[in-house]
Ligand binder design. Structure first.
Ligand SMILES: NC(=O)c1ccc[n+]([C@@H]2O[C@H](COP(=O)([O-])OP(=O)(O)OC[C@H]3O[C@@H](n4cnc5c(N)ncnc54)[C@H](OP(=O)(O)O)[C@@H]3O)[C@@H](O)[C@H]2O)c1
Length: 309
């Protein structure tokens, strides 16, 4: 496995992006599908599948056992397709508890990359929240804790960096969404030793291209893209509109795939985390990580095409 140092240059990241490997086959899969593409986390070199899973709303199903069973099916499909990162937050109602339930049902020695967040203005409460997340999900060691929406980021980064140095946590990150507080995020990225950032980026919301994505590449910070479908409204807008005929060249059969391909083909993006409550949608989304990705010229064509719809 190639190792990348913190402070990775944009040139190195581009080179590694070209090398994203669909190497090998998914063990035990009936059609021996090609494995999911992966990208390196710059601070460690560890590779992550380019499609992860969000859990806001879709996993906030409380005690409804039918909906919980549906979550288990979605989870299983995610793992079977070679999924990696599962993102959550104490802000997402019962989602963390339901993830814990799914893991138990699947008897998982799961290949999951566990990510959640701290979301409270109070530093002391953050420590309690971290403990609660661990208990709810039944995981004593998370891969990644992120400061949700930059709330009291100074206080929580302090706690999380201490956990990391004690070996109780592998990676530290910060998040925002809906295009908010990009300036502040950029300042934190420029001055703090963080492994991950998470923000919103998609074919219609391309603001991060101006600064955040380049800065992440220059500083060697992994990038998680949230709200890839703008909570579904992006796909609603495209509904009934034809895909361009050349979408077949990049193996897109749906607008969901078109949208995800645009995101994960940006060389600074590590993974996108679409949320779904449906197994068929999970398959559709995960297949994005198997086919060809658009090159720079095709990405420009994609953006121009949706602008004119
Ligand atoms: N500040 C933050 O840290 C922050 C903020 C926002 C979000 N997030 C994270 O990002 C994740 C993703 O964002 P999101 O949940 O807001 O929404 P999203 O992933 O942009 O969109 C989810 C919606 O897309 C639909 N969908 C998924 N796959 C589809 C497909 N193949 N075809 C058609 N429809 C499809 C889902 O409906 P179905 O259930 O019917 O598939 C759902 O309604 C969150 O779950 C959360 O983990 C983080």
């Amino acid at each position: 496995m190639p190792k990348f140092k913190s402070g990775l240059s944009r040139r190195h990241l581009l080179a590694s992006a070209v090398a994203v490997g669909a190497a090998g086959l998914v063990p035990g899969s009936p059609a021996a599908a090609p494995a999911m593409m992966t990208r390196p986390i710059p601070s460690s070199g560890e590779r992550l599948p380019v499609i992860g899973m969000g859990t806001w709303v879709t996993f906030n199903v409380g005690d409804d056992m039918q909906l919980r069973a549906r979550c288990v099916d979605v989870f299983r499909a995610f793992f079977q397709a070679g999924g990696g990162m599962i993102d959550s937050s104490p802000m997402y109602g019962s989602a963390e508890e339901v993830i814990g339930y799914c893991l138990k049902q699947l008897g998982a020695n799961s290949p999951m990359f566990s990510a959640t967040k701290v979301w409270t203005p109070l530093k002391w409460h953050g420590a309690k929240q971290i403990k609660a997340s661990q208990e709810l999900r039944g995981e004593d060691k998370f891969d990644l804790f992120q400061v949700h929406n930059l709330v009291n980021w100074e206080g929580h980064l302090d706690t999380l960096q201490a956990m990391k140095s004690e070996g109780r946590l592998r990676y530290v990150g910060i998040t925002t969404s809906h295009g908010s507080r990009h300036e502040e995020m950029a300042k934190i990225m420029a001055t703090q030793a963080i492994d991950f950032v998470q923000f919103t980026y998609n074919v219609e919301d391309r603001d991060p291209e101006a600064r955040l994505l380049g800065l992440a590449a220059d500083k060697g910070i992994a990038v998680i893209i949230n709200r890839p479908f703008q909570r579904g409204s992006l796909l609603d807008r495209f509904q009934g509109k034809p895909l361009p005929p050349w979408a077949a060249d990049i193996a897109c059969t749906s607008w969901a795939q078109f949208s995800l391909k645009f995101i994960v083909s940006h060389p600074a993006v590590t993974c996108a985390i679409p949320a779904t409550s449906r197994v068929d949608h999970m398959h559709e989304n995960m297949n994005v990580g198997r086919g060809p990705l658009p090159d720079m010229k095709t990405r420009a064509r994609m953006a121009a095409y949706v602008k004119d719809l």
